[in-house]
Design a protein around this ligand. Sequence first.
Ligand code: COA
Ligand code: ZN
Length: 316
Amino acid sequence: MKLPRRVTICEVGTRDGFQIEPDFIPTERKIEVVNRLAAAGMPRIEVTSFVSPKAIPQLRDAAEVMAAIARRPGTVYSALVPNDKGAVRAVDAGVDEIHTVLSASESHNLANVNMTIGESLTRLAAVAEVARRAEVPVVSGISCSFGCPFEGDVPTDHLESVVARLVDMGARGVGLADTTGMANPAQVARVLERLVPRFPGVEWTLHTHDTRAMAIPNILAAMEHGVTHFDASIGGLGGCPFAPGASGNVCTEDLIHCLHAMGVETGVDLDAMIEISKRVQEIVGRVLPGQLAKAGKWNRRYPLPGGVRERIPARP
Ligand code: COA
Ligand code: ZN
């Protein structure tokens, strides 16, 4: 396999995950999780979102969370914004990077942000202006890049034209999001073969959801095509409240385990991540989908059943 030496993970659990929890996660718990993720060496954290509190009441404390976290030097703290109002709030809160949201499907964009794609692009141009003045880089996420739960297929021509508009606005990076887990590895490869050479210099991120157990296969396909930035959620939290059938992101500790087992570095302390995942399960009050917190790492060993050791033949 063609694997990179190192990949960069952006933890999105406190945003993509906590936004969909039925109970409001107390502000102190959010701060605790962000601080523990940074201490575990997570290089990028999408802390929260600056969206309408009516749309996402779970993240109405975005400014308080940003103000209270311990800023670890070297960690990039970002937040999601849908419009210029969100960008101004995010810049005031001191984010290092703005992540914008827009969908490649008209239906999902209307359901999610109450705008057509054209209206969103106008708002995102205003976001880019706010970011440019504040000298904050922008990474533009595109929801439903590989399919829409309402419309089905999203033609690659159409995705390409949306990417072109965002790159023209000065996006440093583009995040291709598989919002409801519709992508498959061959499709990811096809889309990247088309887009990556067309937009040189863009930093590509793949944002996966494991709704149909294809998240890690999709990430493997993206790595084969040179992508080295991936979003992931602690414990496999996550989901979009405005996309029916959406479920959790790829689980961060499962992904890190897979990468480390293959010799790909992340700079993140896997043991610490397993402990954080267990803590997040306590906070949300349920077992999360991640496998590693249940199974242990690949090198976990069990005691032999009685009477077996004596019967193992000596190696010749
Ligand atoms: N932050 C805080 N408040 C905001 C805001 C922002 N970024 N953007 C708009 N608002 C407020 C407005 O001030 C207005 O408040 P008021 O009713 O007290 O006057 C209200 O929200 C409605 O504003 P409007 O511009 O008419 O927006 P809308 O109702 O059409 O909603 C969005 C559009 C984009 C603001 C809303 O759909 C949204 O926040 N969506 C986020 C969806 C999301 O995060 N999905 C999951 C991530 S993929
Ligand atoms: Zn998502």
